[in-house]
Design a binder for this molecule. Structure first.
Ligand SMILES: [Zn+2]
Length: 43
């Protein structure tokens, strides 16, 4: 069963659909770094 892995941002309506957790996690971090730098730095 190959299902997509989805990721969503809690602070905006950003949504990402990928094929694996590493891909989705990377995309989410890239999103945070570019769109919510303060949140990203706070991690
Ligand atoms: Zn966002």
């Amino acid at each position: 069963m190959a299902t997509g892995i989805s990721g969503a941002c809690e602070q905006c309506d950003w949504f990402y659909l990928g094929t694996g957790y590493p891909e989705v996690t990377k995309a989410y971090h890239d999103h945070l770094r570019e769109e919510h730098p303060r949140t990203w730095l706070r991690r």
